[in-house]
Design a protein. Structure first.
Length: 265
């Protein structure tokens, strides 16, 4: 199969990997996707944040975090392929990895639909195209189901951090997910992808609902009442993995989003 079929997010062509390839994933959602593609015996390392599927990653060596990769540990695993993401991993670190790893696969899904190309990129490189196709069919069904429904438009503030309060811009994967149910993240045109905001009258004036994500900050139910009292707005806790993780989890994430959007505040 021609190399040109397997082109990553930076335009690099990748050949079909051999059965003796050694894969390290530096992206939690893509570690889970590799297992969903049936590549268990080829995965040799992960980050400490790669926690799914829990029972299958438990014995995999860790190479640090997504932003703080321990290059000595990574080198010791002798990977033939390392999977990274433009948002998750530092460019300088990726460049250092490329100096001693033959194949660095760069990913950058920005919307739920992008998962189809992602499935076929990794499924193609690692000889799992039938599995990738099955995932694509399931994902497309979930997307089509959401798009076929009539959703009332809502303006939401999706908080990912506190001290300072931080949210997401419209060009993030999270915002693209929420748009499937006609939820528009605010502010509408921030200058950065993850802007700092104040929970003041200016920020809250156009907000219908505040969502507290369970990651990267661990918002919990105890925060819901606190922020509701502070803002006077409806506040709900949302599963951050289901909304922000691309890869195979996006399929379950679409079903979660449907049920979440249908539930009352």
């Amino acid at each position: 199969m021609p190399d040109a079929l397997f082109v990553d997010a930076v335009g690099r062509h990748h050949a079909l990997a051999g059965h003796d390839c050694r894969i390290v994933s530096l992206v939690p959602s893509l570690t889970e996707l590799l297992f969903a593609l049936g590549l268990d015996d080829r995965i040799v390392g992960r980050t400490g944040f790669c926690v799914h599927p829990r029972e299958r990653v438990a014995n995999l060596p860790k190479v640090g975090g997504t932003k703080a990769v321990k290059l000595d540990r990574l080198r010791a695993l002798a990977p033939t392929h390392v999977i990274v993401n433009i948002d998750e991993n530092e460019r300088d670190t990726v460049d250092e990895i490329a100096a001693f790893v033959p194949n660095v696969i760069v990913t950058h899904p920005c919307a739920p639909d992008d998962n189809i190309a992602l499935y076929h990129l990794l499924g193609g490189i690692f000889g799992r195209l039938p599995e990738a196709q099955a995932l694509s069919v399931a994902l497309q069904h979930g997307i089509d189901t959401l798009r076929a429904a009539a959703w009332p438009q809502r303006r939401v503030l999706y908080l990912i951090w506190r001290a300072p309060w931080m949210t997401v811009s419209p060009d993030t994967y999270i915002s693209a997910m929420l748009r499937l149910v006609e939820w528009r993240t605010m502010p509408a045109s921030p200058a950065v992808r993850y802007p700092v905001v104040e929970l003041d009258d200016t920020t809250l004036a156009d907000i219908d609902l505040i969502l507290l994500s369970t990651e990267p900050y661990r918002f919990r139910e105890t925060h819901v009442a606190e922020i509701q009292a502070m803002t006077g707005k409806p506040v709900r806790l949302v599963d951050g993995e289901m909304i922000s993780w691309y890869g195979s989890r996006a399929i379950a994430g679409l079903a979660y989003l449907r049920d979440f959007a249908q539930a009352p505040d």
